[in-house]
Design a protein around this ligand. Structure first.
Ligand SMILES: Nc1ncnc2c1ncn2[C@@H]1O[C@H](COP(=O)(O)OP(=O)(O)OP(=O)(O)O)[C@@H](O)[C@H]1O
Length: 218
């Protein structure tokens, strides 16, 4: 029995209750980071203005957007590192931002500080760690990933784009902590049991493929 099957057996197909883990230790809650409310553009989402953001460096560009490391000046004058994702082609940032807002750190997802306008971008917690494929202790990283997926589901969302590049592992904690990032394709889990199981199954299939890939590359 491999690790994935062990978790499947222990927690069951529908997932355990999944205790919501605290997101990365940070003294700033998203509420505290709120800078202003632009209720017309982004109802109920916190907003951040560009004058409070200072570019440090670009981190990487993906299919849907470019993510960079910035310093964000908070209302109290403190400065914190954030990841800022500008989506390509004027894709609205509100869907991904809303998922982050509702997850509130579940599954290790980055906390949302807010959204900007002109240009629109998502300002979120910068996750310190390494991509899953760069971790030494793979078994421990898998366990952390499985825990993160259970938490994500318990918060009412399925990720739907789980692959090694979307899992950042914080190896400074014991055991490791996995963070699921890139929630642009995530969806709310349907209320009916069959629909819920179907979408969760998509995530678990991705997790098992990752597990098999790494085992076969040994
Ligand atoms: N909150 C974050 N904290 C730290 N690094 C992040 C964060 N969000 C994204 N990154 C990193 O930024 C880089 C780009 O990520 P991004 O999500 O923009 O695109 P991608 O995952 O490469 O591709 P795609 O958007 O096509 O799925 C990746 O290396 C990713 O690990």
């Amino acid at each position: 029995m491999d690790l994935f099957q062990v978790y499947y057996k222990v927690y069951g197909k529908d997932g355990g209750q999944g205790t919501k883990r605290k997101a990365s230790p940070t003294k700033f809650s998203p509420k505290k980071a709120k800078v202003s409310d632009d209720v017309e553009t982004y109802p109920s989402l916190p907003t951040v203005t560009w004058d409070r953001l200072q570019l440090i460096k670009e981190i990487g560009a993906g299919e849907y957007g470019t993510t960079s490391l910035y310093n964000l000046t908070l209302e109290n004058g403190d400065i914190t590192e954030v990841a800022v994702k500008v989506l390509h082609d004027d894709t609205p940032v509100t869907c991904e931002a809303r998922v982050l807002y509702e997850l509130a750190g579940a599954g290790g997802a980055p906390l949302l500080y807010g959204v900007t306008s002109d240009p629109p971008a998502i300002v979120m917690e910068f996750i310190h760690g390494v991509p899953l494929f760069a971790v030494d202790q793979l078994e421990e990283a898998y366990e952390a990933t499985v825990d993160a997926v259970y938490e994500f589901h318990a918060a009412g969302f399925c990720h739907l784009d789980i692959h090694p590049g979307n899992i950042i592992v914080d190896t400074s904690t014991s055991p490791y902590t996995a963070h699921l990032i890139d929630v642009g394709g995530s969806k709310k889990i349907p209320a009916d049991t069959t629909g819920a199981n179907d979408v969760k199954e998509i995530d678990w299939t991705s997790v098992s493929i990752i597990y098999d890939d790494f085992n076969s590359s040994d």
